[in-house]
Write a protein that binds this ligand. Structure first.
Ligand SMILES: Cc1cc2nc3c(=O)[nH]c(=O)nc-3n(C[C@H](O)[C@H](O)[C@H](O)COP(=O)(O)OP(=O)(O)OC[C@H]3O[C@@H](n4cnc5c(N)ncnc54)[C@H](O)[C@@H]3O)c2cc1C
Length: 430
């Protein structure tokens, strides 16, 4: 089946503020032998390549565009513990003990991110503090129940419920009756972070080839990954292309859906304006099903995301819609221009839990972080690398999660997803 290409998208503010020099990564030409071939130069692929190269494996990473071309270089940059799904879903599928292991690993994912930023001196503006903000009274009750459950069943006491003045010290808006504050969450410049991981992988010995799409995967031991002008013969393969359908693993088809998400960056705010938006420099997501999320950049731009599309085409009147949302949340920002807009593709699974596993003896994959991959993809890359090195316990914990295809077959999947989303959007109004 031919996969329709995404329409060309405007360059992001992240591309305009790159601070990491990666150096030349020429397209693959000719045949290479490697222990591991990694397909995809986002956080999943770069993290796997880095961890494997640090362990002494020879690694060739193939990226279809440029490093960070996918979601990793376009995202909101919120670094969050937890998963895209409710932990109750994991408990139901795997039991409390496994769910606790997975929750702990999601917290570790955030620490791993911070440790790599520090160790590899990645200039990506990492800052701490995250608010999950309720918009309705029902959401306040749900957030409080979640906080209690985490403290009681998961020994996670990092969360606190903020209301009234305590909340206004973090976000100066009348839109939110309450928010969960998570000191373990934070935010960073996602493209510089991804480029920093790639630079570290390269320094550890990995070969990186940009503009080298994998077009064929010949399974076997070793496996062969073919590009337009070359091939990599490798003992193991890591497939980390997330929302980008490669057609290389038909067994997984229908297990993720691609949803485009859109972001804007304003002109820099004055110090006084920034202090009347997010005075503690936290990141914030609201608790709606189709959520709005934002943070300030180091040069005090509001980096605001929300708005989805299912065919990859930019929603009509995107700038006007974002402008109206920002004005409603922060009247103080009226007149601050939006100067960048961009979009990217998120891969979601049916139950929003990440899909991590192995096909045959030596083909590993991780995908479907469901909008929650900035920290998790880094961990997933490391788990795939650990599994290749023979340490499978932590990989197995995630791989045990059952995954089903989206219903509706090829033709009806997207309309059904749109319908389900509309239902949850209506529910968010109650
Ligand atoms: C607008 C937006 C906002 C987001 N905000 C957040 C957030 O705030 N917090 C959060 O936790 N998550 C967020 N996410 C999700 C997060 O960015 C992703 O979960 C994460 O980056 C996935 O990383 P990845 O490496 O698996 O995939 P990607 O970063 O998408 O990388 C896949 C790479 O594979 C390459 N590729 C595709 N086909 C081939 C091929 N045939 N051969 C070689 N390479 C190929 C692509 O070019 C791409 O570079 C957001 C996503 C978007 C789009």
């Amino acid at each position: 089946m031919a996969i329709p290409p995404r329409p060309a998208r405007p360059a992001s503010w992240y591309r305009a503020s790159v601070a990491v020099e990666l150096g030349d990564c020429p397209p693959l030409a000719g045949e290479r032998r490697a222990d591991v071939c990694v397909i995809g130069g986002g956080i999943t692929g770069c993290s796997a390549a880095l961890h494997l190269a640090e362990r002494g494996y020879s690694v060739v990473l193939l990226e279809a565009g440029e490093i960070g071309h996918g979601a990793s270089g376009r995202s909101g940059g919120h670094i969050l513990p937890g998963l895209g799904t409710d932990i109750a879903t994991v408990e139901k599928a795997l039991g409390r003990v496994r769910a606790r292991e997975i929750w702990e690993m999601s917290r570790e994912a955030v620490r791993l991110t911070a440790a790599r930023v520090e160790r590899h001196a990645i200039p990506c503006e990492l800052a701490w503090g995250y608010l999950h903000a309720a918009v309705t009274p029902r959401q306040v009750r749900e957030l409080e129940a979640f906080r209690e459950r985490m403290a009681r069943d998961y020994d996670d006491t990092a969360l606190s419920l903020l209301e009234g003045d305590a909340l206004r010290q973090h976000v100066v808006s009348d839109a939110y009756p309450a928010a969960l504050f998570d000191a373990e969450g934070g935010h960073l410049h996602p493209l510089n972070y991804t480029l920093g991981l790639a630079r570290a992988a390269r320094r550890a010995g990995a070969a990186i080839h940009e503009h080298s799409a994998a077009v064929e995967l010949r399974r076997g031991e070793p496996a062969t990954v073919v590009t337009a002008r070359g091939r990599v013969v490798a003992d193991s393969v890591v497939h980390g292309t997330n929302a980008y359908p490669t057609g290389l693993m038909p067994e997984l088809s229908g297990r993720i859906m691609r949803v485009a998400n859109y972001m804007i960056a304003t002109a820099p705010l004055s110090e006084a304006q920034a202090a009347r938006v997010l005075p503690q420099n936290d990141a914030l997501s609201d608790a709606n099903f189709v959520l709005d999320y934002y943070r300030l950049s180091a040069d005090r731009r509001l980096i605001f995301g929300g708005e989805v599309s299912y065919d990859g085409r930019e929603p009509r009147h995107l700038i006007a819609r974002m402008d109206a949302k920002i004005a409603r949340l922060f009247p103080v920002l009226e007149g601050v221009p939006i100067v960048y807009r961009w979009g990217g593709d998120v891969a979601i699974t049916l139950d929003r839990a990440p899909d991590i596993g192995r096909l045959g003896p030596n083909i590993y994959y991780a995908q479907g972080y469901s909008g929650h991959g900035m920290a998790l993809a880094g961990l997933a890359g490391q788990l795939l690398a650990e599994a290749i090195a023979g340490q499978r316990e932590r990989f197995d914990a995630f791989a045990a999660m059952p995954h089903r295809r989206f219903p509706g077959g090829r033709l009806l999947r997207t309309p059904l997803l749109v319908l389900a989303t509309r239902y949850y959007q209506l529910r968010d109004l109650l």
